[in-house]
Write a protein that binds this ligand. Structure first.
Ligand SMILES: NC(=O)c1ccc[n+]([C@@H]2O[C@H](COP(=O)([O-])OP(=O)(O)OC[C@H]3O[C@@H](n4cnc5c(N)ncnc54)[C@H](OP(=O)(O)O)[C@@H]3O)[C@@H](O)[C@H]2O)c1
Length: 300
């Protein structure tokens, strides 16, 4: 069995860190994670230098402008990283003969559908962030045949800034939290996502693989932000962490610069059919994540 070489764009992000730990003990791959300042997604020369140096079989791009609200006031930077970055990567990958896995988002959809979104459903982003990520998807489709675009959503982990860390932080400061109850999605634990992405990457590198294209990879259960916040606080109290009352509010009453899809649910069944990859039991992963965070807090 030959070890596959995977180059991950992004180093300190939650998915990049989860990929690095998931790959560390695997005998079938070598992974290198590169982030700023070594490379810049908006600078094709820095990307080309890294790719010709590491000669990966596959590039896994976790890097992005990820501040959904910030993108509304910094559209050029969002486009530079989320549209132009994947375009550069696709072009260089095509020239160097490697495959590309590009992470995308539920924010390419408008969220009006009454069921979970499938990869072929029509896109209609509501925000600059969503537009920039969709433009990145399109650039990859045009620039490189051997690509997987993997849309992900509602990622949480103990490694970065996300909904779980935010709720715990707020519960440490306030007695009452108001959380939107009309946005629903599929919570996805970054380490579970990383295992799935690596399995998909290795399968795509098998000789004769032909199922290139767009996929969804998210937790199989869906719930509202409010219900997720209630679960986070329950776990926090069990672990000896902060507690708070969690009250439901509607998105209409929660001012944010960027509009988000009310329905952010992703249907990952095509991914399961093609790659036999499925992410389940987010609640067990939540317990692990909150305990890690609360114990970390206690130790500090
Ligand atoms: N988090 C979610 O819930 C969510 C939902 C839907 C889609 N996604 C997508 O999933 C992917 C990973 O998200 P995440 O949660 O891991 O994001 P994150 O924690 O915010 O990390 C962002 C990553 O982007 C990299 N990056 C930022 N600017 C860069 C630049 N100029 N050049 C190169 N790299 C740069 C950072 O690299 P450094 O290592 O240099 O800091 C970091 O590793 C992104 O494509 C995001 O759009 C995330």
């Amino acid at each position: 069995m030959s070890r596959k070489r995977i180059l991950t764009i992004g180093r300190t992000g939650q998915v990049a860190q989860a990929l690095a730990s998931a790959a560390a003990s695997r005998p079938d791959m070598d992974i290198v994670c590169l982030g700023r300042p070594d490379i810049d997604l908006g600078d094709p020369e820095s990307l080309r230098a890294a790719i010709t140096r590491y000669r990966p079989d596959l590039i896994l791009n976790t890097g992005a402008y990820t501040n959904v609200d910030g993108a509304e006031s910094e559209p050029e930077e969002a486009m530079r990283l989320n549209r132009d970055g994947p375009a550069h990567l696709a072009k260089i990958a095509a020239a160097e003969g490697c495959a590309l896995v590009q992470l995308s988002t539920d924010c390419v959809f408008d969220g009006v559908l009454e069921r979970a979104y499938r990869p072929g459903d029509p896109t209609f982003p509501l925000s600059i962030y969503g537009q920039s990520k969709l433009a990145g998807e399109e650039a990859v489709r045009v620039g490189l045949e051997r690509h997987l675009i993997v849309r992900v959503t509602w990622i949480f982990s103990a490694l970065g800034s996300n909904f779980v860390t935010k709720m715990l932080e707020l519960a440490g400061k306030h007695d009452t939290l108001r959380v939107v109850s009309d946005q629903c999605g599929c919570p996805t634990y970054a380490p579970d996502l990383a295992d799935g992405l690596l399995a998909m990457s290795l399968a795509a590198l098998e000789p004769g693989f032909e199922n290139w294209g767009t996929y969804h990879l998210a937790g199989t259960e869906s719930l509202s932000r409010h219900h997720m916040a209630v679960a986070i606080i329950e776990e926090s109290l069990r672990a000896g962490g902060p507690g708070a009352e969690v009250l439901p509010i509607s998105t209409e009453n929660f001012a944010a610069p960027a509009r988000r899809p009310l329905n952010a649910r992703l249907d990952s069944s095509r991914t399961e059919q093609v790659f036999s990859v499925r992410i389940e039991d987010w609640r067990k992963s939540l317990t692990r994540c909150v305990h890690e965070l609360v114990m970390g807090e206690t130790c500090r």
